[in-house]
Write a protein that binds this ligand. Structure first.
Ligand code: FNR
Length: 364
């Protein structure tokens, strides 16, 4: 039995394998009118293909809890019921294929309102832009707009929007919800001293910077059923302390372990461990599995199950990550864009049984 194809239980769910699809924005929804933020044929085909390809769990892309929270104007949203209805079709097909349907909920904060990456990813022009919000009035980078500093009342409203979006995700049939706490978006902006300069209850000490993340998680956990898991995606480090010449105060791997303990007692079931994204110009030593050691630390030191993500591309590599206890599952991003059938190919490479649909399985 391979580790990769050993089913994995969380609460009442059983993931059929440990090859999961990482959330990946498609930046493909309509921007204006009733179709704004609504999934359509592109999204359905994209996710259906990866379910047919054998992924054990699919995390649908970062889906905005409010219009202001979109990374690009073409992001999916879950701030209305039309958006939920369109996602229902995707969740239901995934379930039918035996793939657990999950969805990532996010708010982009000061990194909102950027263009689709294939058009350069820069802040959008005035025809599509909106006023950004963030913990502090500090822009992401040069050339990016200065966000408004959120009031406490506005912060509380966003906490409620996360819970409302989670309720819609549940109504749409999703069985896993992932809170997007990574990549320099709003939750990470509160956590990191590089973006949080507040002097009230939401800034300064670790407890204060973590307050928003924990409030969001508590609000989501409160509406998400006991029997279903909640995930949290983290940026485990800002990569500042790993660059000895950079002495700025930042978010570190030690902070992540501490946060993971807090999340665990609040009912988070798994940490999806990524890194980086808080500001531009920080050197990140990427390479195969470069974020895996952070997943291991969280798993070992906080006792929280983890998903490892980032340049996991080879079946043997993925198998080793699980067999050596670095993580409980692997999340694949770009490799599943290249090859939706990666899980079937990995099964063949490792000598495990394929989970092909009947329509194909009898024939090939
Ligand atoms: C991403 N990534 C990402 N991360 C996230 O938390 N939410 C998201 O919506 C997205 N969107 C997204 C779109 C695209 C096209 C890519 C390539 C990436 C990051 C992704 O989930 C993953 O962490 C990285 O791609 C690293 O894993 P791979 O690609 O090396 O397997």
């Amino acid at each position: 039995m391979t580790a990769l194809f050993t089913p994995y239980d969380l609460r009442s769910l059983t993931m059929p394998n440990r090859i999961w699809m990482a959330p990946m924005c498609q930046y493909s929804a309509e921007v204006f009118g009733p179709g704004a933020g609504v999934a359509h044929d592109w999204h359905f085909t994209h996710y259906a293909a990866r379910a047919t390809g054998g992924a054990g769990l699919i995390l649908v892309e970062a889906t905005a809890v409010s219009p202001e929270g979109r990374i690009s104007p073409a992001d999916l949203g879950l701030w209305n019921d039309t958006q939920a209805a369109a996602l229902r079709r995707i969740a239901s097909f995934l379930k039918e294929r035996g793939t657990v349907p999950g969805i990532q909920l996010g708010h982009a904060g000061r990194k909102a309102a950027t263009d689709r990456p294939w058009r350069g990813g820069k802040p959008v022009g005035p025809d599509e832009a909106w006023q950004l919000v963030a913990p502090s009035a500090v822009p992401f980078a040069q050339g990016h707009p200065v966000p408004d500093e959120l009031t406490v009342e506005q912060i509380q409203r966003i906490v409620r929007q996360f819970a409302e979006a989670a309720q819609r995700a549940l109504a749409a049939g999703f069985q896993v919800v992932e809170v997007h706490g990574a990549h320099g978006y709003l939750i990470h902006e509160f956590l990191s001293p590089l973006s949080n300069r507040r002097t009230d209850a939401y800034g300064g000490s670790f407890e204060n910077r973590a307050r928003f993340a924990l409030e969001v998680v508590e609000a989501v956990r409160a509406v998400w059923p006991e029997e279903l898991p909640v995930f949290y995606r983290t940026s485990a480090t800002d990569w500042v302390t790993e660059n000895p010449e950079d002495e700025r105060d930042s978010w570190t791997a030690d902070d992540t372990v501490r946060l993971a303990r807090e999340l665990r007692v609040r009912g988070v079931d798994l940490m999806d461990v990524s890194t980086g994204g808080i500001t531009s110009g920080i050197r990140i030593p990427t390479g195969p599995g470069y974020q895996v050691p952070f997943a291991r630390r969280v798993r070992e030191e906080a006792g929280l199950p983890t998903g490892a993500v980032g340049l996991v591309t080879e079946p043997q590599q993925a198998e080793k990550i699980l067999a050596s206890g670095d993580a409980d599952a692997v999340l694949l991003g770009r490799e599943l864009l290249r090859d939706p059938y990666w899980p079937h190919h990995a099964a063949a490479a490792l000598g495990a049984a394929k989970r092909l649909p009947d329509q194909y399985g009898w024939a090939v």
